[in-house]
Design a binder for this molecule. Structure first.
Ligand code: C2E
Ligand code: MG
Ligand code: MG
Length: 263
């Protein structure tokens, strides 16, 4: 066994334990209205700190979870946790925040995916209009017909759908038109050179227009600077997410933020 295989095995074993022990956490990053800068919702992102290994990023453990058959459990846990949490926040603050949960392609194509989602909604008692599922552009392109069927059913449940990491998967315009989704999340790689490079802003401008032409809400993620925000406001992006407003923060910190907003 080489070093990488050993590392994968250790992470897999520890991740199984973390799932059983309930030591995984969800952090939340605010999504804000680009024009008013008011919080409209949040994205739930899984955080894992292991006693021995320390912080392990999702970029590291999600692919291992996918490969080793743990991603369904993580997906179900994160959806259930986020449903309970957004329900609690909305009831407490009298708000209509929508929580976005990332769904892995492997999870999404499972035969029992839809029934599990339905069950989670029932069990948590959340209004599905406060739930958004983020599915990567890449995963939507795999088996188009099945994907469209699953997406349509989720929408019938009242759930909102977003294409995550938009722009990284080379989908064509006609392809995009077929998908019953509500919003596009432009990948942060397009934001990086925004304030220094004219081509980047031209590309984002086209992506925003494309989204709007298809009747979609356009979210831009990875906004770190005020200069980027100014450009994106001008380009009429709908929603912004990024370190400029806040990093993903714990449930406790997010609750404090909401207490402050609604004081
Ligand atoms: P994503 O869904 O595209 O999430 C956005 C990522 O960008 C998050 O990284 C977030 O912390 C980071 N980010 C947000 N604002 C900024 C910014 O202004 N600058 C920069 N440089 N980064 C920013 P994170 O939490 O490390 O997650 C990485 C990816 O892992 C996510 O990308 C998502 O694909 C996946 N992931 C995270 N949690 C889950 C989960 O519970 N389930 C599944 N299936 N995937 C997850
Ligand atoms: Mg996401
Ligand atoms: Mg993304």
């Amino acid at each position: 066994m080489d070093k990488d295989q050993l590392e994968t095995l250790i992470i897999e074993r520890k991740l199984r334990t973390a799932l059983e022990d309930g030591t995984l956490q969800l952090h939340y990053q605010p999504k804000v209205d680009a024009q008013t800068q008011q919080v409209v919702g949040m994205e739930a992102l899984t955080r894992w700190i292991d006693d021995e290994l320390g912080f392990i990023s999702p970029g590291k453990f999600i692919p291992i979870a996918e490969e080793r058959g743990l991603i369904n459990d993580i997906g179900e846990w994160s959806l259930r946790t986020a449903c309970y949490q957004v329900k609690e926040w909305n009831e407490r603050f009298g708000t209509g925040y929508k929580v976005a949960v990332n769904i892995s392609p492997t999870h999404f194509i499972q035969p029992n995916f839809l029934s599990n989602v339905k069950q989670t909604i029932k069990e948590t008692g959340v209004n599905p209009k406060f739930i958004e599922l983020e599915i990567t552009e890449e995963s939507m392109m795999e088996s188009t017909e099945h994907t469209i069927k699953v997406l349509s059913t989720l929408r019938e449940y009242g759930i909102t759908l977003a294409i995550d990491d938009f722009g990284t998967g080379y989908s064509s315009f006609s392809f995009l038109k077929q998908f019953p989704v509500d919003s596009l999340k432009i990948d942060q790689s397009f934001v990086r050179d925004l304030s220094t490079d004219n081509d980047s802003s031209a590309i984002i401008a086209v992506m925003i227009q494309l989204g709007h032409a298809l009747g979609l809400e356009v979210v831009v993620e990875g906004v770190e600077k005020e200069s980027e925000l100014i450009i994106l406001k001008k380009l009429e992006a709908d929603i912004i997410q990024g370190y400029y407003f806040s990093k993903p923060i714990s449930t406790k910190e997010f609750t404090e933020k909401l207490e402050y907003i609604h004081r």
